[in-house]
Design a protein around this ligand. Structure first.
Ligand SMILES: C[S@@+](CC[C@H](N)C(=O)[O-])C[C@H]1O[C@@H](n2cnc3c(N)ncnc32)[C@H](O)[C@@H]1O
Length: 419
């Protein structure tokens, strides 16, 4: 038997309550949050405080699971779960979802298809699961995560649970590409070896037809979430901390993915400027990088594991060659790329996220497209309205960013046809 707090985390998610907010409201520590996340026992007083916050009964936040009842191996009942937002990702819009969805609901009509074409973690697409969703990202690691969350192929959750539980119990796998290239950098040697072993096994199972394409994506996404949770970094892979004591060990979570999604959903791994030439939807959401930080640099290790082509890596940060993954939106070509993108959008509405960082951060964090150009380009396509929300971003750098505002430009397209 084991206690499980999945219900609590579902309530928090539905109310968009963060762990920090729960800590404050229920007067509990970060350590308690961690115990809850790992389905470990906590005091009755803690449970009482939590029930007070949500004005609910005990059984609304916890349950006891008997492995025999669930008809699964005992080890599976201890699986930690993870939701779409449980990643450290630059520019992740999860905290803005309410604001974003409100803007759409109040200002757009008859939206049935939504394309999130710089989808990153897929957080924004997750606010539109009542629509047909298209996701897209240049990084294969993000494509796989998006496929896991939104792909249309059905997955077998019991099979995935079983595999994840087994992967969590692996001991002493043999050394592999990850051990040879990354031991004791971002992860300790044993965890590197485990990552390499699991990634190899997933590929083999896929090739043998034991798992389907979306199940493969779910298992790789699971590995990405687990790596992100324990990586010896401050959230990106430009460097690793020397002399860190690696307190946490690799444990795969169970992603709270639906078994089945809308059968018309589509996930792409293309340059957004190429993709817009092929799709026609009601609303296109555009959230490109703002500054010179290339996502392929920041997340090279996750990309390396996702692609699993075992390339040579270089330098202290152990980066692979990323020359074919560079985004124009991080360079002086950003304005031209944006203009081309907008001209080729075939949608009733274009929703564009860009913050007000024009010249507020350091040289790396300054926005690449000026406000003047944004208005010129969007006004040529339709009628533009701007909405803004105060926003504390996840930044990996140290720039002192004050008064940071996330802005949403809504463009109601005048004539719905491509150039
Ligand atoms: C600001 S982030 C998006 C964050 C996302 N909305 C979220 O909530 O997680 C920008 C994303 O655009 C992707 N990207 C950069 N250039 C791209 C391009 N030309 N085409 C498609 N995706 C691109 C990056 O890999 C990154 O994931």
């Amino acid at each position: 038997m084991a206690v499980a707090y999945d219900k609590l985390f579902r309530i928090m998610e539905s109310q968009q309550m963060t762990s920090t907010a729960l800590m404050r409201k229920a007067n509990i520590s970060g350590n308690i949050i961690s115990r809850l996340r790992h389905n470990e026992y906590v005091s009755l007083e803690t449970i009482e405080n939590i029930c007070r916050v949500f004005q609910c009964r005990v059984d609304a936040v916890l349950e006891f699971k008997f492995s025999s009842e669930m008809n699964i191996a005992p080890s599976e009942s201890f699986l930690r779960t993870a939701n779409i937002q449980n990643r450290r990702y630059l520019g992740n819009k999860f905290k803005l979802l309410k604001f974003l969805r409100n803007v759409v609901d109040k200002n757009c009509t008859a939206v049935e298809t939504v394309a999130d074409i710089f989808s990153g973690t897929g957080a924004v697409a997750s606010a539109f699961t009542d629509k047909i969703i298209i996701t897209n990202d240049l990084l294969y690691s993000n494509y796989l995560c998006n496929l896991a969350w939104f792909g249309r192929e059905q997955v077998r959750l019991p099979l995935l649970k079983n595999l994840i539980a087994k992967y969590n119990q692996i001991t002493d796998p043999s050394a592999n590409y990850m051990t040879d290239n990354f031991a004791d950098t971002y992860f300790i040697e044993a965890d590197c070896t485990k990552i390499g072993f699991i990634r190899e096994d997933v590929e083999e199972k896929y090739k043998l037809g034991v798992i389907n394409e979306r199940e493969r994506a779910v298992l790789i996404a699971t590995l990405i979430y687990a790596m992100d949770k324990i990586a010896n970094t401050c959230g990106h892979y430009d460097a690793w901390r020397h002399g860190a004591n690696f307190e946490r060990r690799l444990t795969l979570p169970l992603l709270n993915i639906p078994e089945k999604n809308n059968e018309q959903n589509q996930c792409f791994n293309e340059d957004a400027n190429e993709l817009v030439r092929q799709i026609k939807v009601d609303l296109i959401y555009i959230d490109p990088p703002y500054n010179s930080r290339q996502y392929s640099d920041t997340y090279h290790l996750l990309e390396n594991v996702a692609r699993w082509q075992k390339p040579q890596v270089h330098g202290v940060a152990r980066k692979m060659d990323r020359s074919n993954l560079k985004s124009d939106y991080c360079t002086s070509k950003a304005t031209a790329a944006f203009e081309d993108l907008i001209q080729h959008c075939d949608a009733k509405y274009i929703l564009f996220s860009y913050n007000n960082m024009a010249n507020k951060g350091n040289a790396r964090s300054n926005a690449r497209i000026s406000d003047e150009d944004i208005f010129r380009i969007l006004n040529a396509k339709g009628d533009v309205e701007v909405f803004s929300a105060k926003y504390k971003p996840f930044t990996a750098g140290k720039s002192d960013i004050r008064g940071n505002k996330e802005r949403l430009f809504l463009c109601k397209v005048r004539q719905r046809s491509k150039i």
